[in-house]
Design a protein around this ligand. Structure first.
Ligand code: IPM
Ligand code: MN
Length: 321
């Protein structure tokens, strides 16, 4: 796809499961510095079941998010064709929102430990970290996205009715930041209610901001609303710095090597990458090509087509006008 567009120099880093199993190395020494030297990073799906403790995924995906401080996980949810939606009677206009998932703290930081592991007395602790700076920058980013992209409202979702310490901070920050954006309407939902409403009436949502774990969970719902995880794209951003782009889905081990996996999530992630690099026309060209392939059912089986991965990719490349 990138070669077809031209003007992009590609460097391939072999940091996948094969490399890890052969060398024991996930990210080499100075690997994150190397990543910072590129304009953007495109990452394939992770989660090979041969790596039992998932260490390579943790170091590469979560490691890059943390080390490069990619605090915005930007996950657009857009239904490209009514046929793909698992909900009845929805049109493409009904499902068009973005989720801003906090990407550098929360339950993902790995603060905690296990005591007496493997015994009946085992105690397992995993702390959720919420910092004023961390919450503030993602909430502010959500309002900026709403304002600059002509979106009307920001919905912040937390669980402050049960998590009365950590999520009180989210409440306070949301109040503070929303007051600075009187032109954008703001709304709060508990995350469980949001999960329900995403299924009952997704048309009401525009920009959603939430913490790391809740964002992980609701963007799988978002994937389903678009036709399945194979359709979902994401950007891991630190505005102004080297950022990382990846499909929302994992490596789908049962599909590996079978020419069955849907390439659209990865291709739309490339569009997000080009958009972030300022190549708006190229990003639009990819999006239009994907929309056209979806309309013509020139897609893989998971979204109602008959093509394999490679031909579905070709179908999109041929449509790059
Ligand atoms: C995602 C994935 C990752 C996450 C996993 C692979 C650690 O589910 O990007 O949504 O939980 O962030
Ligand atoms: Mn996920």
């Amino acid at each position: 796809m990138l070669q077809a567009l031209g003007g992009v120099e590609l460097h391939h880093l072999p940091w996948g499961a094969d490399h890890y199993l052969a060398t024991g190395e996930t990210v080499p020494a100075n690997g994150y510095d190397l990543l910072r030297s590129f304009d953007a990073i495109l990452i394939g799906a992770l989660g090979d079941p041969r790596v039992k403790d998932n260490r390579h995924a943790r170091d590469i995906l979560l490691g890059t998010r943390f080390e490069l401080d990619l605090y915005v996980n930007y996950r657009p949810v857009r239904l490209l064709d009514a046929r793909l939606c698992p909900l009845k009677d929805r049109t493409a206009a009904d499902i068009d929102f973005v989720v801003l998932r906090e990407n550098t703290e929360g339950l993902y930081v790995g603060v905690g430990g296990r005591f007496k592991a493997g015994t009946v007395d085992e105690i397992a602790v995993q702390e959720e970290i919420n910092t004023y700076k961390g919450v503030h920058r993602i909430v502010r980013h959500a309002f900026e996205v709403a304002r600059t992209r002509g979106r009307r409202s920001v919905c912040m979702a937390d669980k402050s009715n049960a998590m009365q310490e950590g999520h009180a901070l989210w409440q306070r920050v949301f109040r503070e930041v929303s007051a600075e954006y009187p032109d954008v309407s703001s709304r709060h939902l508990y995350i469980d209610a949001l999960a329900m409403m995403l299924v009952q009436d997704p048309a009401q949502f525009d920009v959603i901001v939430t913490n790391n774990l809740f964002g992980d969970i609701i963007t799988d719902i978002g994937g389903a609303l678009q036709g399945g995880l194979g359709m979902a794209a994401s950007a891991n951003l630190h505005p102004g710095r080297t950022s990382m782009f990846e499909p929302v889905h994992g490596s789908a081990p049962p599909l590996a090597g079978r020419d069955e996996a849907n390439p659209i999530g990865a291709i739309l992630s490339v569009a997000l990458m080009l958009e972030t690099l300022g190549r708006h026309d190229d990003a639009k060209r990819i999006e239009r090509a994907v929309e056209s392939a979806v309309r013509d059912s020139a897609v893989t089986r998971d979204v109602g087509g008959k093509l394999g991965t490679a031909s579905a990719g070709d179908a999109i490349r041929q449509r790059l006008a």
